[in-house]
Design a protein around this ligand. Structure first.
Ligand code: DLL
Length: 445
């Protein structure tokens, strides 16, 4: 990590550093209005609340929220495209959508006020990470239906920065722009930041030819080990930003430059809970479980108790930075990404941690899951940092097998590959290649 020249400043001190008591009062007020609105305007919520026997006016405390049913991604899909909207389309200024790799995309919309809220939370997040008005901010999140590019773009403009709307891809050109425009802040997925670094290395471009000091990375799970590698490689402070399109997009929570431990949730807009994903019970502060969000001011498509599928914890401990908004721990994984290999449950991030503890391995890896004779098998494909002798490769191979077995109880086939072989990400990295379904249907390559 580099020490940035200046500390971060607080974008909205009144909101971000106020007393928790006042905040909770505000949350309850906003929650009550929100529940009445969705009950009146969205038939889906009205019937869900009716089925659960709950009237919006019976929610008279934040705790009482737990009597309401959850909303899931499938609910958005089943009401494709606009069935969960609380506003007519004529009041919706923008639409975004997921890529729809698993069927119909999930569609979200924003009214004029929603766009203002989004700018506010993104400007807060940028300032929280140490970005300043007048900075040059290189935005390599994808522009388009994905919320990363445009969401951060308008937040950065609101902050008063100069934005370079680079989007993903054309990495050599991006490096040229980083050199010539002199951006201090990079916005991208962590895997794309690594990609930028590796293209710089391949082309012998000196680190000192770019002026980056801060990276604001999110949109995919990443580990502390990966953070250390990125910070060392790019000589920047790498901070974690979280968000999801169903709740808003980027800017739901942000790690601060001072604390670097957990992400402040912008709780005046997004009310978080942690639940046991099996039972749905609300868990106590500090317990690990699935993150759930209720939007408090969103107009076009509010969500009530939206199950993110992301695993984290919440804690209210005061933070060095002075912000009083609670923090969520860095997302450990998505529940969907859990692999069960020969009875061992594990997440890609746990494997990443093990791989990055071995100095000869690069952070480029892919987990290939297949089904052989009704058993799930895992192959770990990982690049070495340089070309190595057979003897050296045999040693590393043994080391990976031991590390995975000792740390995770996992037996996996290992495939060591030359630098540059694993496909590079231009957005969210594909860490898991699942060949199980194609094996079942017999069309396996
Ligand atoms: O990824 C929004 C975003 C853009 C966040 C840019 C941060 C930066 P979706 O495409 O809807 O939205 O994907 C949301 O991505 O439920 C998580 O599983 C994952 N995710 C997002 N941020 C993080 C993060 C954007 N910091 C899904 N750490 C979420 C881990 C993350 N996972």
């Amino acid at each position: 990590m580099v020490t940035t020249k200046t500390d971060s400043f607080i974008w909205n001190e009144k909101a971000e550093c106020g007393s928790r008591k006042e905040l909770e009062k505000l949350q309850l007020k906003r929650l009550k209005t929100m529940l009445t609105t969705v009950y009146e305007k969205v038939p889906f919520y009205r019937s869900r609340f009716d089925e659960a026997g709950v009237k919006p006016e019976s929610i008279d405390s934040l705790k009482a929220l737990s009597s309401l049913p959850f909303t899931k991604k499938t609910d958005l899909r089943e009401h494709y495209p606009f069935g969960l909207f609380a506003e007519p389309l004529e009041n919706v200024r923008r639409l975004h959508a997921s890529s729809g790799t698993k069927g119909k995309p999930t569609v979200v919309g924003y009214t004029e006020n929603d766009l203002e809220t989004w700018k506010e939370v993104c400007a807060r997040s940028l300032a929280c990470a140490g970005a300043k008005p007048k900075d040059i901010i290189h935005n390599a999140y994808g522009y388009g239906l994905f919320t990363g590019g445009l969401g951060m773009h308008y937040g950065a403009e609101k902050l008063g920065a100069t934005v370079v709307p680079a989007s993903g891809g054309r990495t050599q050109q991006q490096i040229l722009l980083l050199q010539d425009f002199g951006a201090r802040v990079l916005l991208s997925t962590p895997s794309y930041a690594l990609n930028i670094f590796h293209v710089m290395e391949e082309n012998s471009i000196a680190r000192d030819s770019i002026k980056l000091e801060i990276g604001i990375f999110g949109a995919e799970p990443w580990t502390e080990e990966l953070r250390s590698q990125i910070e060392k490689a790019l000589k920047i402070s790498a901070l974690d930003i979280y968000g999801l399109s169903e709740v808003m997009g980027p800017g739901v929570s942000m790690e601060c430059l001072e604390g670097r431990s957990g992400l402040h949730v912008w709780e005046d807009y997004f009310l978080p809970e942690i639940i046991d994903s099996e039972t749905g019970a609300v868990l106590d502060e500090g317990e690990e479980g699935e993150l759930v969000f209720t939007t408090l001011l969103k107009e076009a498509i509010p969500v009530i108790r939206y199950r993110t599928g992301d695993i984290s914890r919440l804690y209210k401990e005061p933070c060095k930075c002075g912000r009083t908004m609670l923090r969520m721990e860095r997302v450990k994984a998505r529940l969907d990404d859990m692999l069960i290999i020969r009875g061992v449950n594990l997440f890609p991030s746990e494997i990443e941690k093990c791989l990055l503890s071995i100095a000869e391995l690069s952070p480029h890896y892919q987990l290939v899951v297949d089904r052989v004779k009704a058993l799930d098998v895992l192959e770990v494909h990982v690049e070495t940092v340089s070309t190595m002798s057979e003897e050296r490769l045999t040693d590393i191979h043994g080391n990976i097998k031991r590390t995975l077995k000792d740390s995770l109880g996992l037996t996996a086939a290992i495939k060591l590959v030359e630098p540059g072989v694993i496909p590079r990400s231009e957005g969210k990295a594909v860490r898991v290649v699942d060949r199980r379904n194609s094996s079942q249907t017999g069309d396996k390559k």
